[in-house]
Ligand binder design. Sequence first.
Ligand SMILES: [Zn+2]
Ligand SMILES: [Zn+2]
Length: 347
Amino acid sequence: MPVRPEPSFKEEAITETITTPAAQHSDVLTISAGNLEIPTAAQPAQIYWGRATVLVSIHLLALAALSPYAFSWTGLILVLVGHHLFGMLGVTLGYHRLLTHRSLQTPKWLERSLATLGVCCLQDTPARWVAIHRMHHQHSDCQDDPHTPAAGFLWGHFGWLFYQNQDHHTLSNCDQYAHDVLRDPYYFWLERGVNAFLVYAAHALIFFLVGFGIGWSNGGSAAGLQFGVSLFVWGVLVRTVVVWHGTWAVNSVTHVFGYRNYGTREDSRNNWMVALLSHGEGWHNNHHAQPRCANNRHKWWEFDLTFQVIRVLQMLGLATNVVARKVMPTEETATSQPEVEPTARAA
Ligand SMILES: [Zn+2]
Ligand SMILES: [Zn+2]
């Protein structure tokens, strides 16, 4: 058994608040991609070959969807279903609102199930995803923001993933920002070796085998192979790419394009297209104004599908301590102070 790093502080004692003036970046649309240097921890720029290979490979393999052989209507439908099942429930609800911001509480079995759906999106382990996102909230649109588009739009979208960042690779740093997540033995297990990748690979294999079994029972082995391939290509590869770009668009597009309800200290925006693609995450200025709030819908038209799911969970008794929205002044009248995650470890 590996020895998990012991915390050197009492989490409950965290009282740090970020005191950066709220209007520092907010008076005008300040972002013009390329203003900032990439984070100090990512310099000198070195390709992260392991992850770069995976990112490029999945994109290239997903191009198999252009082949008629790999097509099935079921596979196509699975992109839409999987986008919600894995992208919304796994990443948006599980990784982001539940684990990162603790916007709600769920039974442990449900929390781990949602996080496992997130693992099936191949967006890093729960602890590292949480740590990087908390770094983003702490350093939003400043140099040490892991993925600000102020260092280049493509850097903010996916460029940052292709480079080594010392802040992301050490377990101690991860523990500093996501200690509460690492404390869970299951999430800690996911940090070991390639365990998280094996979970992704296992779910991909299940897609193929289920497709093969259904196709084989209807038309023999050739039909089984074709149907299995179609579910793998569309239901896993294409869906993974779609969910990736939805999540990445929150990091890039909604820090450049859109409107602002609040004078937050960064350049976050509300963008309806990204909100559609990411199940409510595109109301990103609302989110930065109140990171712990479970509901990103602050105006009547800002539909937040993920919050509707949270409400259903609440009605079923599966979600408690749902963090409600505070009434805040809008950008025209005042600026907001960012909130600090209660579970992030003080730097
Ligand atoms: Zn942001
Ligand atoms: Zn967030």
